[in-house]
Design a protein around this ligand. Structure first.
Ligand SMILES: Nc1ncnc2c1ncn2[C@@H]1O[C@H](COP(=O)(O)OP(=O)(O)OP(=O)(O)O)[C@@H](O)[C@H]1O
Ligand SMILES: [Mg+2]
Length: 313
């Protein structure tokens, strides 16, 4: 069974999707079989990886539309990385789930079914603490919380940690680890350094050694439908996400102790993938351009009711 990691923070724009996509890609490059589940109706991870899929081949359709699980697992241009797309339909799941029995456990059941095919399942959650978030947390063994190096970033963290505790204690789900990842760090800025220090001092659980710098390349890569390693493999953001993957794989300590074999020639492997990647990205972009003729109405999250955590107390 895979290690299942939910990337979660109810604050928006802190780097959840960037982390989920790039961590997933590095774990895949290190030879692990990885499934990334986009579980956010904004579907940023889906569009950032340039995957093609039919309108009824998303996580919503697997959970509530009777779609076969295999049909919603899509190959990406990295051999070991697969993605389950999301779409705005997922916002509808909030309404539909509310009155269903065991409404908190739908994603858990999906992950249980497909988890054996992978070493890692990563779940990219949206910026809320609603029923979808609870489904994401109940499907996971580990929670990774990106914390942006900005003034208000620590606000709301205690609410998130408390919600995780309530889920652990009252829904009887084992979450083995909760950890924080410092994102958008700028070591030249005093505020950024102070917040990073504060997170390390106050966060009650593990804080990853890797710190993700603020890096333009990380923001640009999704518009080219690529993870950072294919867009700017030498950039500081790429190096930081690779370091995070190594930490999660337990390679860091081993390397310090000199027992780990020399690092794998990631670059060589990438070069051979580049050609195939460009082909797939090009066809995804062409498809997107064709779709642009039927312009979709602007997407707004209609219902984002907070999960009533009170019922768990
Ligand atoms: N380290 C970074 N340096 C620079 N830009 C970044 C970095 N990480 C993320 N970004 C950019 O910041 C924006 C928000 O990042 P991202 O989408 O990963 O956050 P999120 O937490 O998933 O947002 P949401 O809550 O809306 O799902 C994006 O435009 C992204 O490209
Ligand atoms: Mg996101």
């Amino acid at each position: 069974m895979a290690r299942v990691i939910a990337v979660c923070n109810q604050k928006g724009g802190v780097g959840k999707t960037t982390t989920a996509m790039n961590l997933a890609a590095y774990l895949a490059i290190y030879g692990r079989r990885v499934l990334l589940i986009d579980f956010d109706p904004q579907f940023n991870a889906t569009s950032g990886l340039g995957v093609t899929y039919a309108p009824d081949e998303t996580i919503y359709h697997a959970l509530l539309g009777g779609q076969a699980h295999e049909r919603v697992i899509k190959r990406t241009y990295l051999a070991n990385l697969e993605l389950t797309p999301a779409s705005p339909d997922l916002a509808g799941a909030l309404v539909e789930l509310v009155n269903l029995p065991e409404r908190e456990w739908y994603l858990h059941r999906f992950v249980k079914k497909v988890g054996d095919w992978y070493d890692f399942v990563l779940i990219d959650l949206g910026p809320s603490l609603n029923l979808l978030t609870v489904n994401g947390l109940l499907a996971a063994d580990e929670v990774l919380i990106p914390v942006q190096c900005e003034y208000y970033s620590l606000e709301g963290l205690s609410q998130l940690l408390e919600s995780i505790e309530l889920i652990k204690n009252n829904l009887g789900h084992e979450i083995r680890s909760v950890s924080a990842l410092i994102t958008m760090y700028d070591k030249r800025e005093k505020l950024s350094r102070e917040i990073a220090r504060e997170v390390r001092r106050r966060f009650p659980y593990k804080v990853y050694e890797a710190e993700i710098p603020r890096s333009v390349s990380l923001a640009e890569a999704p518009s080219y439908k690529k993870p950072i390693m294919l867009y700017a493999p030498q950039s500081p953001g790429a190096i930081a996400y690779e370091a995070l993957a190594q930490e999660i794989l337990g390679m860091v300590e081993e390397r310090v102790m000199g027992t780990h074999p020399p690092m794998r020639p990631v670059e060589k492997k990438l070069a051979s993938m580049q050609k195939e990647a460009s082909r797939i990205v090009e066809s995804a972009m062409q498809e997107e351009a064709a779709r642009a003729d039927f312009e979709a109405p602007p997407f707004e999250l209609p219902l984002d009711a907070p999960y009533p955590f009170d019922i768990l107390r």
